[in-house]
Design a protein around this ligand. Sequence first.
Ligand SMILES: Nc1ncnc2c1ncn2[C@@H]1O[C@H](COP(=O)(O)OP(=O)(O)OP(=O)(O)O)[C@@H](O)[C@H]1O
Ligand SMILES: [Mg+2]
Length: 268
Amino acid sequence: MSSEKFLDEKWIKKIDRETQHLIDRIGVDRKTLDEVFDKSTLLSIGKLISDRLIDYLDFPISTGKEANIFRGMTPNKKLVAVKIYRISTSTFKNISKYIEGDPRFRYIDRSRREIIYEWAKKEFKNLEILKNINVRAPTPIKRINNVLVMEYIGDTEKPAPLLKDVQLKDPKKIFNTLITFISTMYKKAGFVHADLSEYNILIHNNKPYIIDLSQGVLLEHPLSHEFLKRDIHNITRYFKKFNIKKDEKKLFQQIIQKKDIEDVNQQK
Ligand SMILES: Nc1ncnc2c1ncn2[C@@H]1O[C@H](COP(=O)(O)OP(=O)(O)OP(=O)(O)O)[C@@H](O)[C@H]1O
Ligand SMILES: [Mg+2]
């Protein structure tokens, strides 16, 4: 279907209405919304709507450094999470007014857009990898350009909180699970998250879910072992406050030698 089809007045109005609802309900400022919903992003959302993957965007869950996450509703009234990688950041917008319409600069916009699409594509693929090896993470549903639809983690009231904001019932169990996840990603998929910390783990029904996978790397990446060390460090550092102490270097060695990780409960 041609992209003109999606410039259809009807859904542009619909998105505009949704946008207005968002402004009214939670007071997101217009500038942020305009930055997120540039024309090409609107086209992608329109395609998701016309393909019936989503019906509407419900409310924003988070505004991160590179992306905005919205809660979305499917036509069957199921909740989904919609991650929109921003194409235009405010700084880029400031520059773009000088280069728009100048044919010498056309490639800048295109290459930037394409890099962002690649980034979203990578996150989608990484979510698929985790799905295939049973490491808990949102199930990827669909990606169109810079818009990624995935399983929503949380309940009807609110999205699942980040690990850093949760009073853990059984920190040892969560710690063991996370180390097992790191090890399974390495062993079964040759994959390293590369930005793992209490900020990129959700806790839902007392279980951890790994999120934010766009920067994940395969072992071929020259820095993969450095990233792995950092991931292990971040997790062991965080759990120290629960009196869980585990030797990071030993863990790293065990993981890269693909050995089984002993349970922290069995350590003295
Ligand atoms: N599938 C999901 N279900 C529920 N909430 C989610 C989901 N994915 C992300 N979130 C929420 O959105 C936030 C941002 O997501 P994510 O870390 O993937 O994006 P980001 O742009 O990298 O953000 P940041 O710059 O804050 O790291 C998360 O901290 C989490 O609260
Ligand atoms: Mg994040």
